[in-house]
Design a protein around this ligand. Structure first.
Ligand code: F6P
Length: 501
């Protein structure tokens, strides 16, 4: 029997079995279904699989050669087959591989980091600069924005702001209250061809009124130069790094400016330490593999259409936005690498918010709605403040929600009955530090990649975003009244806009 068929059998065997029954039949799972990697602990005991189903998942991991896939990734093999590229984000943060492409990439990354370090020391020591505005979008924004929001502390030498949306309201809001004479700007764009970043960068350049405080990070030095940025103000990016995997490169410049270069290097070291685990740990002890197998089980065997990510920590409030791009731009594919349709569904919709806020917004649906939403809960054991009562309340809410979703509660009144049976993984960080955050982000990167291997899809292209961009460009002359829209419904909408202007 193939391992996939075995997995389907396991799913069928457990079909009518509730999570509560699965948990009650195995009281050792609270301890046995947990893994720890450095400061990151993850407990899978509230997932709706038992040891036999987990064994079937491990067999699938062996069959799909997930350890070999990890090795191919870090060695710099062509894992992005549609674009014939490697995806060497692991070389940005460590030297987990001795393969020539990985070593070369690591050397280039080290040189760029050294250059970045000199910029960071200069800008952080400049008493005339108080604020930095970073303009970028998608992978050139979400990672740095998340990390700065999570780790920057008040009183740092520089305040770092982010602008992404093409809606000028975003940049106007950011610039209001800032002084161009005491600000520097960074344009981050791998291609330097992204509409939003070019428009916002133009507004920023005009506002600064002085090109000497405008910097760029790009793989397209020529375009950045044509925009007016001097070569000595451009840090490199490379085709072997995907945008959504790039915060470890010079794309992380806003992070280093906000938290300092030593802390940025700790972030890289944390991720590199997780990389070593993901490459070396055997299947049953490998957290990246366990997370990926769990995602596959929930999406494929249980048919979950969405997945929630629920950090119980204010500092991680941007994690779900970051993961939406990482996971859904990587795995939102419907054909396999060989062009054949994927059998069944691939990635669910990822969404989320922070606890305890979300308990008072969408948790009602998680507890009593008709759809089962698997969740990743993330908590932090030691806070960065001294309000012990608040932190105890936060942790008790985290533990309570995961328990309530899984166990439910019976009641004679159906309105008051909690069905339970809702699976979740509970992760705990000892503390939120650059290194522990590096572990979490590297876990999600590797889990995403390993899921792509299980589904046979390419995690590193994103052709799905192109059509809308092309149509939007074609509609600019239509909005100016120079051409007619070819689509009749768009034509009606443009007519309505023109009439109301
Ligand atoms: O949304 C598509 C995308 O290509 C992302 O993958 C990328 O992170 C983002 O646009 C920004 O691209 P760039 O860094 O080239 O401006």
């Amino acid at each position: 029997m193939s391992t996939l068929a075995r997995l389907r059998d396991e799913a069928a065997r457990l079909d009518g079995v509730s999570l509560q029954d699965v948990m009650a039949a195995d009281l050792g799972r609270g301890a046995d279904f947990a893994l720890r990697v450095g400061p990151l602990y993850a407990n899978f005991a509230r997932q709706r699989y038992d040891r036999a189903a987990l064994d079937a998942l491990f067999a699938l991991a062996r069959d799909a050669d997930l350890p070999g896939a990890m090795r191919r990734l870090v060695d710099g093999d062509i894992v992005n087959t549609t674009e014939q590229r490697a995806a060497l984000h692991t070389s940005l943060r460590g030297d987990v591989s001795n393969a020539a492409p990985a070593r070369d990439a690591h050397a280039q990354a080290q040189a760029a980091l050294a250059q970045m370090e000199s910029w960071v020391s200069r800008l952080r020591a400049d008493p005339d600069i108080t604020d930095v505005i970073s303009v970028g979008i998608g992978g050139s924004d979400l990672g740095p924005r998340l990390v700065v929001d999570a780790l920057a502390v008040p009183g740092a030498p520089l305040r770092v702001h982010f602008v992404s949306n093409v809606d000028a309201a975003a940049i106007n809001r950011t610039l209001a209250g800032l002084d161009p004479r005491h600000s520097a700007g960074i344009m981050i764009s791998k291609t330097f061809g992204t509409q939003e970043t070019l428009l916002n960068g133009g507004i920023l350049r005009d506002w600064l009124g002085d090109d000497s405080r405008l910097y760029a990070v790009s793989a397209n030095v020529q375009r950045a130069g044509a925009f007016g940025i001097v070569p000595e103000h451009i840090l490199p990016m490379w085709t072997w790094v995907g945008g959504r995997y790039s915060l470890w490169s010079a794309v992380g410049l806003p992070i280093a400016l906000a938290i300092g270069m030593p802390a940025f290097r700790e972030l890289l070291a944390g991720a590199a330490s997780f990389d070593r685990h993901a490459v070396q740990a055997p299947i049953a002890q490998n957290l990246a593999i366990r997370h990926a197998l769990t995602a596959l089980w929930n999406a494929t065997a249980l048919g979950a259409a969405t997945q929630a990510v629920l950090p119980y920590d204010e500092r991680l409030r941007l994690l779900s936005a970051y993961l939406q791009q990482l996971v859904m731009e990587s795995l939102g594919k419907r054909v396999q690498s060989d062009g054949q349709d994927v059998a069944g569904d691939t990635v669910p919709v990822w969404w989320g918010g922070i606890g305890s806020d979300v308990q008072h917004s969408f948790f009602q649906a998680l507890h009593q709605g008709t759809q089962i939403v698997p969740a990743d809960f993330i908590g932090v054991v030691r806070p960065d403040h001294h309000q012990a009562a608040s932190h105890a309340a936060l942790l008790s809410n985290l533990l309570a929600q995961s328990e309530a979703l899984a166990n439910g509660q019976d009641h004679a009144d159906p309105h008051r009955r909690y069905p339970g049976g809702r699976p979740s993984t509970l992760m705990l960080l000892d503390a939120l530090t650059p290194a522990s955050l590096g572990h979490v982000l590297a876990l999600y990167e590797h889990s995403t990649y390993l899921q792509s291997v299980l589904w046979g899809i390419n995690a590193f292209d994103q052709f799905g975003v192109e059509l809308g961009k092309q149509l939007a460009n074609g509609l600019l002359p239509v909005l100016r009244g120079e051409e007619a829209a070819s689509d009749p419904i768009t034509h009606a909408l443009v007519t309505e806009i023109a009439a109301r202007r």
